[in-house]
Design a protein around this ligand. Sequence first.
Ligand code: NAP
Length: 475
Amino acid sequence: MKTQLYIGGRWQDASDGGTFDVLNPADESVLATVASGTVADAMAALDAADAAFDDWRSRKPRERSEILRRAFELFSKRLEHFARLITLENGKARADAMGEAAYSAEFFRWYAEEAVRTEGHLGHAPASGARILVHQKPAGIAVLVTPWNFPAAMGTRKIAPALAAGCPVVIKPASETPLTMLELMPLLEEAGVPPGVVNVLPSRSSGAVVGAMLKDPRVRVVSFTGSTEVGRKLLHAAADTVVKPAMELGGNAPFIVFEDADLDAAADGLMVAKMRNQGEACTAANRIYVHEAVEEPFVERYVARMAALKMGNGLEEGIDVGPLVNAETRDKVAHFVDDAVAKGATVRLGGQRPNVPGFFYPPTVLTKVPDDAECLHDEIFGPVAAIQSFRDEREVIEKANATIYGLVAYLYTGDMRRGLRVSEALDFGMVGLNRGLVSDPAAPFGGTKQSGLGREGAKEGMLEFMETQYISTTW
Ligand code: NAP
């Protein structure tokens, strides 16, 4: 395992020798001791990125594209290896980790293809007759900050478009899960990424290190994925040097099942929307609204599926649900369940924290969850399904939209006119219409309201790392 900082293509200890431990959430043992980057290390990483910028941005798009394509091919050959590391540091079960590894690799393929598709346009100023020549340029050094819930994908979803655009990056992975990102660096070297273009700076002093980088005028983009709370802090910090922000923040996804839905398809969809990553996803269905006419048959189907899941160490064969990432997350999930039950919710499955080592919490289904239960207002981030019933379309749209978040919403209906009508009325950046999964490298991922600014994936994801320039001329 790589445990040092990766700056300018070299592995090094922190300038003050500091380290921190990374735990295996399945048994609470220490997996690795990792260098904890300092502000001085962050400045060294920016120097390395700065030194690499001119060469990288002037490479032909085809050359950048082929390097990204090689990264995709190398990653695709090592899916098992990356999946194992993801499970070790994050806890998610092997099948989930394999899914994340494959998804992570796809960003290199997608942006290998996008790197050669930058476009501009030519206009004609109506009054002066001048020509308006519009094109896109790499924005500059990008600071990337990622969460622990997808240790590989949240990094590659930023690195691949930044590199395609011509930007060097400094990435600060989450302290719970820095190992996967470090492990990616030899692969990128092998693919041909020059030293200094990608630098990795694990650090336990995230506020100080990221704050210092955002004060440096060489940094032109900050791309963050994580909680809305930290996102707000970074937006404040970015204001001082007017750094371009891309923010993928929290969610509180509604999942609506109408009375005309295919209930088996809806239950399968909810398994994905709720249980991918054992609920530790910004896209996780958090508030489940089922039409009262189909509540009981739907709940029966869903409970049967949840009850069939096997919980245990994610590396073991046949395990569907691994531990949560840390004790704090597990305790928060347990608190949400206890709070809902105390306020009158019915436990249909699970609901008891097991007394074993590791940060486990079992698949849990709650019905009749009252409106004032905390889990309906905050991200649960665990394997707990909170179900309410509803009576009519207008009521459920109002409930679904009554949140500060706007990342993703899901709905199941047999009537496509209703599906599209309700989708449009939902104030969310993404809608899963008869689908429990929206993530795709080819789609613009992102939210409205306090779920963020900007998009990742698709053509839009690359524009986050580019600036529009217009040249006024005549001929
Ligand atoms: P978090 O606490 O916000 O941390 C995310 C990252 O920010 C980590 O690398 C963390 O470093 C760093 N950080 C923490 N405080 C900071 C500060 N003051 N200045 C600069 N960086 C700081 O989030 P998390 O608990 O890792 O992840 C869960 C959250 O991410 C959830 O809210 C989830 O919805 C959201 N998320 C959103 C998306 C999306 O695409 N919208 C995707 C995945 C997750 P340390 O680890 O060192 O503290």
